[in-house]
Design a protein around this ligand. Structure first.
Ligand code: G1P
Length: 352
């Protein structure tokens, strides 16, 4: 392995497929199993021995990312305009200098970390690309392999040449920056990292594909968030640091410091964040409550409640649901017997 290796996390995207959650906050700060998605990226880099980490942010995402990453000594690099992943890497050239680096898409989750990709980055290799077999390759960059070597890469092909999708971790020598400098925008008007890697291949460089071990998640859509939350909760180590009174907890449950669980039933795996309140409630499997969230006289299952979200006195169990920061779902008595809704743009409600 060449060294010193730097890490570059991309977190400037708009997260359009996750609206309305991403109207107000960037996707990488959304919590899964209690932690902002981007924490897992930083932790995976640190665990692989990559200590100098830069995060590419946009004017819209910078503030939230700085807040979410407060505890980590990372550098911030501003991408003024969303012009594609290769453009974001180009913007970071000052930070990257002449170091080899790991490029990590800030919304990707890897169960088993990223070490195998770094280990494959040996002498004579210009790039290592994490690959994963998928059923829907049209939604990804797609690779054609000959042995360990990638001989062709195409971004979101209509007619995929294989089922090997590009997952969001890449290891590069600084040569990729030269290719990016000469890159032309794609049909969708973006500078694609996939085209830059294809450029390396055309220069005759050795680009290696390494298949992802364990599960991998690109958290593009709401159902991906719920699934990522489920997968991470499956590995939860139970821990009760908060107050639990007259309640029955089964399976793997974390109750964080300052949280209160009273007169409730929780079936794990479930995560109850700092200062959250669960009262007279049922919390079912694969549920995460963010800091200060409240579930009172209500039932919630297979769900993510972000910070300060509230579910109170609801007549039916909430399932497969995501509530953003401060979102509230409350039942009401009295007349008229009607639903009363205040929903932001592109909100989604399904009434049973
Ligand atoms: C990006 C890349 C794509 C890759 C995917 C993995 O696509 O362009 O090659 O397969 O990330 O998450 P995006 O999700 O930005 O559309």
């Amino acid at each position: 392995m060449l060294s010193p290796m730097k890490g570059l996390i991309l977190a400037a995207g708009r997260g359009t497929r996750l609206r309305p959650l991403t109207h107000t906050r960037p996707k990488p700060v959304i919590r899964v199993a209690g932690r902002p998605i981007i924490h897992y990226a930083v932790e995976n880099l640190l665990q692989a021995g990559v200590e100098e980490i830069g995060v590419v942010v946009s004017p819209e995402t910078e503030k939230d990312l700085r807040l979410a990453l407060e505890a980590y000594p990372v550098r911030y690099i501003l991408q003024e305009e969303p012009q594609g992943l290769a453009h974001a890497v180009g913007v970071a050239r000052g930070f990257l200098g002449q170091s080899p680096f790991v490029l990590y898409l800030g919304d990707n989750l890897f169960q088993k970390g990223i070490r195998p990709f770094l280990e494959a980055f040996s002498e004579g290799v210009s790039a290592v690309i994490a690959l994963v077999r998928v059923e829907n390759p049209r939604q990804f960059g797609v690779a054609v392999l000959e042995g360990e070597r990638i001989v062709r890469l195409v971004e979101k092909p209509k007619d995929p040449p294989s089922d090997l999708a590009v997952a969001g971790v890449y290891v590069f020598t600084p040569e990729i920056l030269e290719v990016i400098q000469d890159l032309k925008p794609s049909a969708r008007g973006e500078y694609e990292i996939t085209d830059a890697i294809q450029g390396l291949i055309e220069r005759g460089r050795k680009v290696v594909g390494v298949e992802v071990q364990g599960w991998w998640k690109d958290t593009g859509r709401p159902e991906d968030l719920l699934d990522a939350n489920r997968l991470l909760l499956e590995e939860l180590a139970p821990r009760l640091d908060g107050e639990v009174e007259e309640s029955h907890l089964t399976g793997r449950v974390v109750v964080e410091r300052g949280a209160r669980v009273v007169g409730s039933r929780i079936i794990g795996p479930a995560y109850i964040g700092e200062g959250a309140v669960v009262e007279g409630a049922y919390i079912g499997p694969f549920t995460s409550l963010g800091p200060g969230a409240r579930v009172v006289r209500a039932e919630v299952e297979y769900a993510i409640l972000e910070d300060q979200a509230v579910v109170e006195d609801t007549p039916l169990r909430l399932q497969e649901s995501i509530l953003g920061v401060g979102a509230q779902v409350r039942g009401r008595n009295g007349l008229p017997r009607a639903h009363r809704l205040v929903l932001g743009d592109l909100s989604q409600v399904e009434l049973a």
